[in-house]
Design a protein around this ligand. Structure first.
Ligand SMILES: Cc1cc2nc3c(=O)[nH]c(=O)nc-3n(C[C@H](O)[C@H](O)[C@H](O)COP(=O)(O)OP(=O)(O)OC[C@H]3O[C@@H](n4cnc5c(N)ncnc54)[C@H](O)[C@@H]3O)c2cc1C
Length: 435
């Protein structure tokens, strides 16, 4: 095999997602000669589909401690990188480049234009301005490591050839190697693999001596055993609560918005609970209980029903239900209740009323797995953060390796938290790689 030794840089960044772009731009801004290697023919393919194409850039929670809490035990890792490039700095970064932002429900920050494309454009301009060399269709195949007396060092990365190459041609085809003094690994997770995030970096990190904490799809729609969900497909419910039940005990809960799908449930509160539900499912059956009336206690709901029943005593039961439920739920709920829809309200018994209350407060579904990586927003698990310096993102295993973004074992809820990890850790890696 022939080698090409011309490609030598100060820093090679692998992966042109949000973490890789900010890291490459920052390192170049500080004077390094940087190459960004992206296997797709364009940058930020996943970034473009974030926030349903609107890109929830970050979270308007300006107290770093509150952000850190959302990442559970691993959150502390973010202290230093958030202090240097937290939500305020991210907003300033885009606003100073003429992408104004707005804050929506739950502190979600979006570009005013509602276009993820604008966010990507600014990052591309940042790379261009700082003269980052971008190599597209550059699928990194692996790292070349040299054993040094003082520890292993990465010398280069080799690029896989695109398309089919005959065995005869292979022998004559030069392997393209990219040489650099330092490397930043930003290949992301395994979710939505069609965007290019196929988890390649995990194996390389492992081969280089890192521990990979068990990977799993996270922020992922859940499937349910009950088939009636299909009838409610597309129905979005706002201001409901979901309680996660195992062994008759409430294990977790969320309040907010959810959506029925043909296979089960999705929407912000379901996605946020999906990791916990998946973990619990390892130990036994998990029920998902939807509280359709979270603002009312059982007694308050009973009082309301009694009052309503008096006022509507001559109505058919089915004609009263729209007062309680969205139209799309009525057929399903009345069949689950087993109450004759033509029954007059004044004939509904006390036991039937209790049944209605139970169903409204505790609509039970049985967890039946997730839709997997193909529809997961993020991957939980990843490179063990104890093996990475939280200030610089430098590997504690390989001196000239830095890591940033979703490849790290950090997973937050929906709401802009996960992109914030990419901005903060990418910026830190880009800053310290050049020192
Ligand atoms: C549908 C959806 C919506 C989302 N919405 C939001 C949101 O609104 N807000 C939010 O905070 N988060 C959101 N996320 C999560 C967010 O997109 C990710 O956390 C983020 O993209 C991770 O960035 P990254 O740079 O670490 O990795 P990625 O974005 O996955 O980028 C990795 C890059 O590396 C490249 N690559 C991989 N392997 C190789 C290789 N061998 N050689 C060369 N290049 C390689 C890939 O092609 C890819 O371009 C969403 C995710 C999804 C799937």
């Amino acid at each position: 095999m022939i080698e090409n030794k011309l490609d030598k840089f100060d820093v090679a960044v692998i992966g042109g997602g949000p973490a890789g772009m900010i890291a490459a731009g920052r390192a170049a801004e500080l004077g390094a000669r940087v190459v960004l290697l992206e296997k797709n023919s364009s940058l930020g393919k996943k970034l473009l589909i974030t926030g349903k194409g609107r890109c929830n850039i970050t979270q308007a929670e300006f107290d770093d401690k509150e952000i850190i809490k959302k990442f559970g035990r691993n959150g502390k890792f973010l202290f230093s990188s958030l202090a240097n490039f937290g939500p305020e700095e991210v907003i300033a970064f885009f606003e100073s480049r003429r992408v104004p932002t707005k804050i929506e429900r739950g502190g979600r920050v979006f570009p005013v234009s509602d276009k993820a494309q604008d966010v990507l454009y600014i990052l591309q301009k940042y790379l261009e301005k700082n003269k980052v060399e971008i190599i597209y269709n550059a699928q990194v195949a692996g790292f070349d490591v040299s054993p040094e007396v003082s520890g292993k060092k990465i010398v280069s990365v080799s690029l896989a050839e695109q398309g089919y190459i005959s065995p005869e041609k292979q022998a004559l085809t030069p392997i393209r190697r990219i040489y650099a003094d330092k490397f930043i690994l930003c290949t992301g997770g395994k979710s939505y693999p069609t965007t290019g995030s196929t988890g390649d970096g995990y194996q390389w990190a492992k081969d280089l001596g890192h521990t990979i904490i068990t990977l799993a799809p996270a922020l992922v729609p859940v499937k349910t055993k009950e088939l009636w969900v299909k009838d409610l497909q597309g129905l979005s419910l706002k201001n409901v609560a979901i309680n996660v039940i195992q062994n008759n005990k409430k294990q977790d809960s969320r309040f907010g918005e959810m959506l029925f799908t043909h296979f089960g449930l999705t929407g912000p509160i379901v996605l946020d609970l999906s990791k916990k539900i998946g973990e619990l499912a390892q130990q036994g059956e998990v029920s998902i209980a939807i509280d359709l009336k979270p603002a009312l206690s059982y007694d308050q709901l009973d009082a309301r029903l009694q009052k309503d029943f008096k006022e509507n005593s001559n109505k058919d039961f089915i004609n009263y239900l729209p007062e309680l439920l969205p139209q799309k739920m009525i057929a399903t709920i009345s069949s689950l209740l087993g109450i004759d829809p033509r029954k007059k309200i004044n004939l509904v018994t006390k036991d039937e009323r209790k049944k209605i209350i139970e169903l409204l407060k505790n609509l039970r579904l049985t967890y039946d797995g997730t839709t997997g990586y193909s529809q997961a927003i993020i991957t939980s698990g990843g490179v063990d953060i104890r093996e990475v310096d939280s200030k610089t993102m430098q590997s504690r295993k390989i001196e000239n390796l830095f890591l940033a973004g979703e490849i790290l074992n950090l997973d937050g809820p929906t709401g802009g938290y996960n992109l914030q990890v990419c901005w903060s850790t990418g910026y830190a890696a880009g800053t310290y790689v050049s020192q």
